[in-house]
Write a protein that binds this ligand. Structure first.
Ligand code: UD1
Length: 417
């Protein structure tokens, strides 16, 4: 168990540099298997999901070299093998091996993916997409065996714009004959990052970042290079921290268009910030207004920032309301926040009320999931006194070099195993 200890209520100044996006990197790394040669991925974040992905890549006979923030991958001699449960359950993104191995080998055997416990999280849209392209899917206990003698491109309509399913079906479509069209595709920036890597390899893809994506299959894919986009959720988390404790805190490496929904919301509640190129400068706001937030698929307010912003809204003057439309079990963090003095009420699986302002007090809490853990971290930074956050390994899954980044700007933070 990993414990983070924070002595809170310290002003934060200096500069935080944003790392590469977790949710892009976890798709880009396994995707190197689609290239019949060498690939380089720059700006890879230092997070545990990447370490587990590298273990799976090595199991499949890929050569992976890690130098600074770059991964050099040679998948010339890649071999198809079943992916064991002890590796696949370490993260949600192991599901990308389904589309990738299906496209390259016509067969994949893998256990059900892991990831944070924030709702039911089925993968039926992925499976339906593979089946529509001609794959046969067999589920034995929690093992998926997906096979296809031949994949054939087709028009697929998603009932929901799932990020994972959009990327996974794009991968499978790379191995299909003819053109695949995904209607009601997710539009998150990570999908654009993935499509760019595929296009750099030689794929023909149109429309990534819109609701309709077209993929021409069976293009030969070769050597390629890509840079992981900066992490919009990490950016948002540090911006929220800056709104609570910043003294001209600089967040470097942001892409404004990726975090617009958060920036507009922060302006609305009275936070001041300035953007110059890729750097946002922010200072604490002493009189925050309450607000209403509804999480939505991109470009709406991201569900992954819902829990972090809840910690900030405990400091707003009045009642804030959150409507979580993506997941049905994403308020578990508020039980821990209340132990620190927050006044939040779960009204239903999808609705949360936050009353403020309250004086948060350092205490012992337990991280329930990655972004829920981030909300406790923010609350502990705001709180008077000392907080211990147990199960902090969840938080480290999404925030590379977290402790150093916060120490460097003045936080009193330590980590113990
Ligand atoms: C990705 C992100 C996660 C983020 C989420 C929404 C990765 C590795 N993770 O997760 O951080 O919170 O997008 O922005 O990129 N659903 C189904 N059936 C499916 C697929 C999804 O019902 O086959 C439902 C899910 O249960 C959830 C919603 O659709 O309620 C959103 O899921 P999705 O967009 O697929 O999220 P992930 O790709 O799992």
């Amino acid at each position: 168990m990993t414990r983070i200890t924070i002595s809170g209520n310290k002003p934060l100044s200096g500069e935080v540099k944003i790392s590469g996006a977790k949710n892009s990197a976890v798709a880009l790394v396994p995707m190197a298997i689609l290239s019949k040669g060498k690939t380089v991925i720059y700006n890879v974040p230092e997070i545990s999901d990447i370490e587990y992905l590298i273990k799976i890549m090595e199991l499949l006979n890929c050569k992976v070299e890690h130098k600074n923030d770059a991964l050099y991958i040679d998948s010339t001699n890649v071999m198809n093998k079943p992916i064991p449960e002890e590796l696949s359950v370490q993260m949600r993104a192991s599901y990308y091996f389904m589309g990738i191995l299906l496209a390259r080998f016509g067969r994949v055997e893998i256990s059900f993916p892991g990831g944070c416990n924030i709702g039911a999280r089925p993968i039926d849209i992925h499976i339906k997409g593979f089946e529509e392209l001609g794959a046969h899917v067999e589920i034995i206990k929690n093992r998926y065996i997906i096979t296809a003698n031949k994949l054939i491109g087709k028009k697929i309509y998603f009932d929901f714009p799932s990020v994972g399913a959009t990327i996974n079906v794009m991968f499978a479509a790379i191995g299909a004959e003819g053109t695949t069209v995904i209607e009601n595709a997710a539009m998150e920036p990570e999908i654009v990052n993935v499509a760019s890597f595929l296009i750099n390899m030689g794929a023909k893809i149109r429309g990534a970042g819109t609701k309709r994506i077209e993929i021409e299959g069976k293009c030969p894919l070769g050597e390629s290079v890509i840079e992981v986009f900066p992490d919009r959720i990490e950016s948002g988390t540090y911006i929220i921290i800056g709104a609570a404790l910043g003294e001209n805190l600089k967040i470097k490496g942001i892409i404004k268009e990726h975090i617009e929904a958060l920036l507009i919301k922060l302006k609305e509640i009275g936070v001041h910030y300035e953007i110059d190129g890729d750097t946002l400068t922010i200072s604490r706001c002493n009189k925050l207004k309450p607000t209403k937030i509804k999480t939505l698929a991109f470009p709406g307010f991201p569900t992954d920032l819902q829990q972090p912003i809840t910690a900030l809204l405990t400091q707003a003057n009045g009642k804030s309301m959150i409507e979580e439309t993506i997941y049905e079990n994403r308020f578990k963090n508020t039980i821990e926040l209340n132990k620190m003095g927050a006044d939040t009420k779960i009204l239903s699986d999808h609705k949360l009320e936050i009353n403020g302002p309250v004086k948060l007090k350092g205490t012992d809490v337990v991280a329930t999931d990655l972004r829920g853990g981030a909300s406790l971290l923010i609350a502990a930074l705001i709180a008077d006194g000392i907080s211990h956050i147990d199960n902090s390994e969840y938080i480290l899954r999404g925030y590379g070099d977290l402790i150093n980044k916060l120490k460097n700007v003045g936080a009193k933070i330590e980590i113990t195993e």
